[in-house]
Unconditional design. Structure first.
Length: 208
């Protein structure tokens, strides 16, 4: 009987949560809040963070949109260099940074203006190893990543002593209003929240 009551209550709560997620745009507001300031700053050095890579070595969907916006930012701004951060996933012969780097060059960014940081496999390592590469480079550094990732990424860079201006790009916001993608994207925001709390618990970021 206890198991039956538990299952009934679980199903009721689960159904209510699904209905809330389907009818209330909480995810959109939260993703927008995680993005922080959205004023599209210009600068000298554009830092682009990679995400997943497809098994066949192509740019994955999250990295693809970051790369697309990086090209747009380069064309519209006055940047002198683009630094792409991302190492070698297990079993891959090409780094995430190199995969995106090829995309950027193919769409018109001069090859000698694209620099690769190819050791990192996490946001914290993105910050640590990018700082090693460019800490002494003069000029304003601008960080480009997905809107929901920006809260953690920006704070990770600040925590290692590399000041960056945030330039979020829409990712979850592109899909979260769709009934098909709303629940998966909301779950993704939940995972990102767990990562934020983990980074905070480890002392890798400050929340405020």
């Amino acid at each position: 009987m206890r198991l039956k009551r538990f299952l009934v209550r679980f199903c009721v709560v689960f159904t209510i949560c699904i209905l809330i997620l389907e009818t209330v745009p909480l995810g959109r507001f939260y993703a927008r809040w995680l993005a922080g300031p959205w004023n599209d700053p210009d600068g000298d050095i554009l830092i682009v963070l990679s995400s997943e890579e497809q098994p066949d070595g192509f740019v994955g969907p999250v990295s693809y949109w970051r790369a697309v916006y990086a090209v747009r930012v380069w064309r519209e701004g006055h940047f002198r260099a683009v630094v792409v951060s991302g190492g070698f996933p297990k079993g891959n012969r090409m780094s995430l940074a190199a995969t995106i780097g090829h995309f950027l060059v193919a769409y018109g960014i001069p090859e000698d203006r694209v620099f690769l940081e190819q050791r990192s496999l996490s946001t914290r390592e993105n910050a640590l190893f990018t700082k090693e590469l460019i800490a002494n480079w003069p000029g304003k550094k601008v960080l480009l990543t997905s809107e929901a990732h920006m809260f953690r990424a920006r704070r990770a860079f600040e925590a290692v002593g590399l000041h960056v201006a945030p330039r979020p790009v829409p990712d979850a916001l592109k899909r979260i209003d769709s009934p098909i993608y709303r629940i998966p994207e909301t779950c993704g925001l939940g995972v990102e929240t767990a990562k934020i709390l983990y980074y905070w618990a480890r002392g890798w970021i400050h929340l405020f």
